[in-house]
Design a protein around this ligand. Sequence first.
Ligand SMILES: C[S@@+](CC[C@H](N)C(=O)[O-])C[C@H]1O[C@@H](n2cnc3c(N)ncnc32)[C@H](O)[C@@H]1O
Length: 222
Amino acid sequence: MRKDLHQPIIEILSVRPSSYANAKQLSELIDGKLGYQMSQVEELISNGKCEFDIREKQLWIGLDIQSLQTPYSEIIEMIDLLKPKRGDFWVDLGAGYGRMGVVLSLICDEVQFYGYELEKLRVEEADRIYSLLNLQNAQMYCVDVAAADFELPDADLFFAYDFGSKADVDIVLEKLKEKSKYRSINVIARGRDIKNWIMMEHPWLSEVNSPIHRENWSLFVS
Ligand SMILES: C[S@@+](CC[C@H](N)C(=O)[O-])C[C@H]1O[C@@H](n2cnc3c(N)ncnc32)[C@H](O)[C@@H]1O
């Protein structure tokens, strides 16, 4: 991470948000310091012709930028809970602008991060910021995580914030279930939809260990 930005951002991250609205305000401040141009990118996405069939894909076009993403402070909470070790590998399924990669590089840059995102313009903006910040541990990829030919890597944590259509989320949960036959899988689910679908339709994720619930996200360990 670029040295001149490290301290100012750590200072904002050390503020404990008083509410979800405050967490979003603090995140907006950090986005600005990092130089993200999310409003411009979202406008381009809204005005352009979406290349995906919106009956099959859910890209959250038109959603307010701070609601589209997980607040930075919640990513800190996840790191505090999981305490990743050197060499661990975290993945965000439907990574938006790749916030998790930024936070990891600030707090624990020995953790490798891959962000998978379907919307090309979001990936390009994340790539621009990652190279401006000179991030070494984080990479974004433009992929459909539900595609039949996309194989999930062996990650130590899979993070998913209501990333897509129900059909896509189901496909990805089935891919994770397949992996769980060979190793224990850690999934952090954020958002009402994915949490409900896991609880109602994917009991394999909560049969062995009880999930740990936080206000806006839950950790499932298979
Ligand atoms: C609610 S946003 C979450 C962004 C980020 N994970 C965060 O928490 O800040 C979900 C993202 O998933 C992306 N997405 C939807 N379907 C996808 C798919 N099949 N493959 C990859 N990304 C997908 C959307 O374009 C959107 O950017």
